[in-house]
Design a protein around this ligand. Structure first.
Ligand code: RIB
Length: 298
């Protein structure tokens, strides 16, 4: 079984700031770095570093060839990563002293996916393979439909959330959401997990809640995993790390609770490091941390 991540690749322009710029305000930054990112790339990289069999499809411009190299070096299959006549997508990211971020996206090449590209990437997948999508590329609705029609397990991280309600959400098998996306998708008062499982009875939800841990919900089933306490340096890419490790474990046949525990340990390590892609740990690093955590709890 493999995972096809059809998703974004970005050049992250990261600025360390004392606080986020308010409307109409100019603020100076303490440090600047240019790094690999994009929710799609980050999640593929996390899957690869976790040891999963993963392919990445998407689009970059000539300025983003280093992103393709990074994925290929990690072991991801980049056969369906295309170089197009557009600038690579980018993100302007402010990071405050608590590690929180504020992200402004420009889609660029990420919005050049064509029907032929979609068909070619999916033709290399078999029923039972997973299709992992985020909301930073064009063509997401058609990808959900095509993945479902091919008998794939469709996992959606609807981030950024805008436009999500127009997608064929009834065809999604797994929703990977943070607490804000969960609240928006739940669309009303009351417990988001209860509302979501009532709205989509056949789907599974994993709701990440930062320092408050992560919740799995499907029908009346619930499972909770606390976050690992850490000093956050930069939370960018932590959710992507969690998603990649979670799917690596699930596709390897591990139970949900165990998959979420390892994903939480991976995300905890990621927030202690700067950058998005650069912060994603290897499986060996995650397992070492996990083992330390386990022995401290005994
Ligand atoms: O989830 C973090 C990512 O969001 C960043 O790498 C940035 O590129 C945006 O896509």
């Amino acid at each position: 079984m493999k995972v096809l991540c059809f998703g974004s690749l970005n050049i992250d322009l990261c600025y360390q700031v004392d606080r986020f710029a308010a409307p109409g305000e100019t603020v100076d930054s303490r440090a600047f770095t240019r790094q690999a990112g994009g929710k799609g790339l980050n999640q593929t990289l996390a899957l690869a570093r976790a040891g999963a069999r993963v392919a990445h499809a998407g689009c970059i411009g000539q300025d983003g060839l280093f992103l393709r190299d990074l994925l290929a070096e990690s072991g991801a299959d980049v056969t369906h990563l295309r170089v197009v006549e557009a600038a690579t997508g980018h993100a302007v990211i402010q990071i405050d002293p608590t590690g929180q971020n504020s992200i402004l996206l420009h889609g660029g090449a990420n919005r050049q996916i064509t029907a032929a590209h979609r068909a070619a990437a999916l033709a290399d997948c078999a029923p039972g393979d997973w299709l992992l999508l985020q909301n930073e590329i064009n063509d997401v609705a058609a990808l959900i439909e095509a993945g479902h029609a091919r008998g794939m397990t469709v996992a959606l991280n609807p981030s950024p959330f805008a436009g999500t309600e127009a997608l064929p959400l009834d065809l999604v098998d797994w929703f990977l959401v943070n607490e804000f996306e969960a609240a928006q998708l739940a669309g009303g008062p009351g417990d988001p997990a209860d509302r979501l499982t009532a709205r989509f009875p056949a789907a599974a939800f994993v709701i990440t809640q930062g320092a408050a841990g992560a919740l799995y919900a499907k029908g009346s089933e619930r499972c909770f995993v606390p976050a690992c306490p850490v000093q956050a340096v930069d939370t960018t890419g932590a959710g992507d790390t969690f998603t990649g490790y979670l799917l690596a474990e699930l596709t390897a046949g591990r139970p949900v609770q165990a998959a979420m525990e390892l994903a939480a340990a991976a995300a905890a390590l990621a927030v202690t490091r700067p950058g998005a892609a650069a912060s994603i740990p290897t499986r060996a690093e995650v397992e070492a941390r996990f083992a330390r955590q386990r022995s401290a709890q005994q």
